[in-house]
Write a protein that binds this ligand. Structure first.
Ligand SMILES: Cc1cc2nc3c(=O)[nH]c(=O)nc-3n(C[C@H](O)[C@H](O)[C@H](O)COP(=O)(O)OP(=O)(O)OC[C@H]3O[C@@H](n4cnc5c(N)ncnc54)[C@H](O)[C@@H]3O)c2cc1C
Length: 437
């Protein structure tokens, strides 16, 4: 049909773009520098019988989420998902239901009747808000300014914002438009999040098999060293000193790594500014293998101070832990300045262990193994007013034949959804450009 499309990066940006293009008859070749696929959403058998994702990983908006929609519409395959149960909030040493839907807000004991009605009204009003530059450019704090909400209600909104935007109490910086788009999608899906049965490992295997079954190729342990551009057109890539020609190239790597492969001066000033403006979210993630049953909670668990989000993955999908044991994963989003400070991160990890013992008495005695990871990038871009969807780099670059896919580009959504939506946008843009030629 056309020349092969080369994809650098076997994370979800690369795998999803590759699978969509394969589904439409294009031949793709993926080069991934690591020995495994999945990037920041990798998922491995970390200990015998434990399928462990790279940190807590949920599919936002369940069946209506971007990945299930791509599977259904383009790959014509169905993903088996299990819905999270009731969310829980641990605050002031007490457990509460976490109200993540309008009906749950009406029943929560965290707000009085006036507060419940005011919040319901604000969220119901959100449904009719058009997501345009005006609301994307407004911070959540500014959007809430004239809503006369009590401090108690604002506290709850902060927890929900932290959960949706993988944030740490930053409502003055986060985009109201991105937040409200998430709220609208959650209300329309009628569900918060789901988990893929078999772990994210299952999705990675499905995508990789699909690409190969459709004539594509995947090369692991193959770092791409350089991208060759001549007369503002893609000419190829270099791997271990060898040139591979191509006319269409997807860089499915975070924007901050792009200038390691291509000379920065080939791009216009505005592009470089946008690229350098992108701010990733960061955090500390800890996975635990636990003996016996620590908890039967099967929903998302949050804490208020510090804000953390966690889940007993094996309560959702028992195949992720050996029988009689549990898999539990927690993430604490943090600012970049703390992530780079080793003594601070060690202190935070110690505090998390102590907090878990008060949330689940005897927790530490049940730990069989733990995997703490300090993560300099959780999501490729925080959805600040300065870095919302319309302020990030487009999936189509100013260089002919060069495209981007992944969670630092301009797909709509938050967190991983940016990677998934940008992969779809990237594949659709390439198909439309190639058809025009
Ligand atoms: C702890 C944590 C929790 C998260 N929770 C969720 C969640 O609940 N839901 C959700 O949807 N998303 C979540 N995310 C976000 C999601 O994982 C990411 O948005 C997504 O995986 C990013 O995919 P990507 O392809 O853009 O980038 P990456 O995953 O970073 O992929 C880039 C790939 O390119 C490879 N690469 C880089 N340079 C080269 C080179 N020169 N040559 C060859 N290969 C190269 C890398 O090795 C990597 O595999 C979470 C992320 C983390 C870390």
């Amino acid at each position: 049909m056309t020349d092969e499309i080369i994809i650098v990066g076997g994370g979800f940006g690369g795998l999803l773009s590759g699978a969509i293009l394969s589904a439409h008859g294009y031949k793709v070749k993926i080069y991934e520098k690591k020995p495994i696929l999945g990037g920041r959403a990798n998922s491995i058998e970390y200990k015998p019988g434990y399928i462990v994702d790279y940190g807590i990983h949920a599919i936002r908006f369940s069946k209506k989420g971007v990945i299930p929609t791509i599977f259904k519409k383009h790959l014509k395959r169905k993903l088996k998902l299990v819905d999270y149960g009731e969310g829980k909030l641990f605050m002031n040493n007490e457990w509460h239901d976490l109200p993540l839907s309008i009906s749950a807000i009406q029943n929560t004991n965290l707000l009085d009747d006036d507060e419940k009605n005011a919040l319901t009204q604000v969220l119901a009003g959100a449904l009719s808000i058009k997501i345009n530059d005006e609301i994307l450019d407004l911070s959540i704090k500014d959007w809430l300014k004239d809503k006369n909400l009590t401090d108690n209600t604002l506290k709850l909104i902060t927890v929900i914002t932290n959960l949706l935007c993988v944030s740490h109490n930053e409502i003055e910086k986060l985009s109201a438009g991105e937040f409200l788009d998430g709220v609208k999608k959650a209300i329309s899906a009628g569900k918060g999040s789901s988990y893929p049965i078999g772990g994210w490992k299952f999705i990675i295997e499905e995508l990789s098999n699909f690409i190969k079954e459709n004539g594509g190729a995947i090369n692991l342990k193959t770092p791409v060293d350089k991208v060759v551009v001549a007369n503002n057109k893609i000419e190829g890539i270099y791997i271990k000193g060898e040139k591979i020609d191509c006319k269409t190239l997807i860089l499915a790597i975070p924007i901050r790594d792009v200038f390691n492969l291509i000379d920065k001066t080939l791009f216009p000033k505005e592009f470089i500014e946008k690229a350098e403006n992108t701010t990733p979210t960061c955090g500390i993630s800890i996975d635990f293998g636990l003996k016996g049953t620590v908890s039967d909670i099967d929903g998302l668990i949050t804490t208020y101070k510090p804000f953390t989000m966690s889940c007993f993955t094996s309560n959702l999908d028992p195949s992720t832990a050996p029988e009689g044991e549990q898999l539990y994963t927690l993430l604490q989003p943090l600012p970049q300045s703390i992530i780079n400070n080793k003594s601070e991160t060690e202190k935070i990890i110690k505090n998390i262990y102590e907090m878990l013992n008060s949330m689940f008495p005897g927790f530490n005695d049940k730990v069989l193994w733990k995997r703490p990871i300090v993560m300099p990038i959780v999501d490729g871009s925080t959805v600040y007013v300065t870095t919302h969807r319309n302020k990030r780099i487009s999936v189509k670059s100013p260089i002919d034949g060069l495209y981007f896919s992944g969670d630092s580009y301009n797909g709509p959504g938050i967190g991983g959804d940016i990677a998934h939506a940008s992969a779809l946008l990237c594949a659709e843009t390439i198909m439309s450009d190639l058809q025009e030629q």
